[in-house]
Design a protein around this ligand. Structure first.
Ligand SMILES: Nc1ncnc2c1ncn2[C@@H]1O[C@H](COP(=O)(O)OP(=O)(O)O)[C@@H](O)[C@H]1O
Ligand SMILES: [Mg+2]
Length: 260
């Protein structure tokens, strides 16, 4: 048991606007968390703190044992794998799939003058193979489908062998087949004891991969509920988070939700 993340009394303001309020949260290395909540609830902001890309206005955030504000965040960021729409936008279109993954070893997007070792190349190729992308290594990133891009981005996030993996809406924009393939890959990753601690942001319970263990529900910057998945993802808690009566159904490790 190792704590990878500890939020204590965290507030985050932008100007006069409170974006996150009274957040107390801790994540253990063996846990796989899903963060749920409506648009604007503060989910991406939470991941920006957890990946050392922002500092809290009040309270303390500890990431991998280091307290934000008292540590070199550049160093810390290489220990946290992150995928988000903002990062994906920075990948040059003509970059090959292999380079998209390999450049993560240097914390850059876009290959320039770095010297890569054979071991980096092999690792990138193995990660791509783990996500079913082994035949795409030479392709330009822009030629991929949205689902293929998402899988490449996760391989990239794992390139530095992170101790914490954060996925901000990895299934957004995917068709049914693409979503199901991605969830199967994430479920397998989550079920492997050698995998890093994981945090996946979504606003759909349909996107919770089997093998995830915990959930945190956010609404308007506040935690509505958090804890073990099955005790936390309930009709009552979702109704509160989404501010409407929600009917929830669980079937074979997956969920569906609709307005009650
Ligand atoms: N840099 C910023 N300046 C001002 N407001 C922001 C900024 N970033 C996010 N917000 C606001 O904070 C709230 C939460 O945003 P975000 O964390 O992106 O939510 P989510 O990812 O849950 O949709 C939103 O109301 C958003 O408009
Ligand atoms: Mg967001």
């Amino acid at each position: 048991m190792t704590e990878v993340l500890t939020f204590t009394g965290v507030q985050l303001r932008r100007g006069d606007n409170p974006i996150l309020r009274d957040i107390d949260w801790s994540v253990d290395s063996s846990e796989r968390w899903v963060v749920l909540g409506p648009n604007g609830a503060g989910k991406t902001t939470l991941t920006n703190l957890a990946s050392a890309r922002m500092h809290p206005s009040e309270g303390t955030v500890q990431v991998l044992g280091e307290t934000l504000g008292h540590t070199d965040t550049q160093d810390l960021r290489t220990r946290v794998g992150l995928t988000s729409a903002a990062l994906a936008d920075r990948i040059p279109d003509d970059e090959t799939v292999r380079d998209v993954v390999m450049t993560a070893a240097y914390g850059v997007t876009g290959r320039w003058r770095e010297e890569y070792e054979q071991v980096d190349e092999t690792r990138a190729e193995n990660l791509l193979a783990a996500f079913g992308m082994q035949s795409f290594t030479e392709r330009a990133f822009w030629t991929l489908s949205e689902g293929e891009r998402k899988r490449v981005q996760i391989a990239r996030a794992l390139m530095t062998d992170p101790e914490l993996l954060i996925l901000d809406e990895p299934a957004a924009g995917l068709d049914l087949g693409g979503r199901e393939e991605l969830l199967a890959a994430l479920s397998e990753l989550a079920g492997d004891r050698r995998s890093p601690a994981m945090i996946m942001v979504t606003h759909h319970v349909e996107e919770i991969p089997p093998n995830f263990t915990h959930a945190l529900l956010l609404r308007e910057g506040r935690v509505i509920a958090q804890g073990p998945l099955h005790q936390t993802v309930t009709s009552a808690n979702l109704s509160q988070a989404y501010d409407m009566p929600v009917a929830l159904h669980a079937h074979q490790g997956r969920w569906t939700a609709r307005k009650a």
